[in-house]
Design a protein around this ligand. Sequence first.
Ligand SMILES: Cc1cc2nc3c(=O)[nH]c(=O)nc-3n(C[C@H](O)[C@H](O)[C@H](O)COP(=O)(O)OP(=O)(O)OC[C@H]3O[C@@H](n4cnc5c(N)ncnc54)[C@H](O)[C@@H]3O)c2cc1C
Length: 355
Amino acid sequence: MPRTVEPRVVAVPDATAAPQTDLSAYTTLRLGGPAGILTVATETDQVVDTVRNSAGKVLILAGGSNVVIGDKGFDGTVLLLRTRGVRVVEEHESSVVVRVAAGEPWDDFVAYAVERGFSGVECLSGIPGSAGATPIQNVGAYGQEVAHTIVAVHAYDRETGAIRVMPAAECGFAYRASVFKHNDRYVVLEVDFRLARSSESAPIRYAELARNLGVEVGDRVPLQLARDTVRKLREQKGMVLDPDDRDTWSVGSFFTNPVVSAAEWAALGLDAPHWPGDDGTVKIPAAWLIEHAGFAKGFAGDGVAISSKHTLALINRGPGTTEALLGLARTVRDGVRAKFGVELHPEPVLINCAL
Ligand SMILES: Cc1cc2nc3c(=O)[nH]c(=O)nc-3n(C[C@H](O)[C@H](O)[C@H](O)COP(=O)(O)OP(=O)(O)OC[C@H]3O[C@@H](n4cnc5c(N)ncnc54)[C@H](O)[C@@H]3O)c2cc1C
């Protein structure tokens, strides 16, 4: 039955009261300079109208948890996307399709699904940001990614001026990538997820999670247990936002895990953990490369550092700047390249700045 969830601001900063034009108020790094024009959209029509009618460039900003904005800010229009709403649009015997507004805080949606016995996103618990941003980089963690459950993305196409319903096959989902990433063409308005009706999780695919649950990879566990265990693991790594813990003032993983061909992997001759892909490629944990290139947790720059809880998270421990953060990122990237000849690539979207 269709149902609307009351909005609760969790990971998406409140912007409805007295918006500030300093973008650092809206990013989890607490970095980013001034906005030219700042506007808040709480209705989907407002999002479309703002983008359609703006003469200059428009930056969509939702939870601000996957962006690095330059210290000079953004001199166009910044649209803070704050639409809300979750409703079941299809009901089947063994599954439902749930339509989620782009601005809905992602973790609220996961909590909603777990409470109602809708299975398929429980291992993505605790990830900050908005539901509408999850297709952008095919958000993933602990063996699940949104590509497993998204059936369609409703998007405003800036090129044609029309709203399109894009089936998952058109979204180009790949590891931390999709047609939407590094591409201004589409504004995601709503996302449809197909979730199984089950009180149990999807099969647990991630060995560390299975170990912590005391089950084998491939087993299922109660939904709430999966959610609680994932959140606990994430908290230990500083991967759940906590305003009082500067180790969480990050964009999550700053670098993606490098993916190399089987031949490149063999040539590297590394005694490192790795994950072979179905297509013959090999994924190498960026955290292992960083640590073995000599950068330990807590390695610090000027007001910025590698988190003391997670090697992949670069944090603003205060009072950092974007330039200092990028300086630290360059040092790490160049150190890994010099030691292993492997290139690290940033996971967040860089706006008015470069690595
Ligand atoms: C502590 C922490 C842990 C994290 N853990 C994970 C993790 O486990 N896995 C993972 O994949 N990610 C993780 N992330 C990254 C981040 O939370 C996700 O990528 C999230 O989906 C970003 O959502 P957002 O609303 O904050 O996006 P924003 O940062 O606001 O935007 C990110 C990019 O998407 C664009 N965008 C946002 N919304 C829309 C829209 N509706 N239409 C078009 N473009 C849009 C923006 O313009 C920008 O380019 C983590 C981040 C933090 C801070």
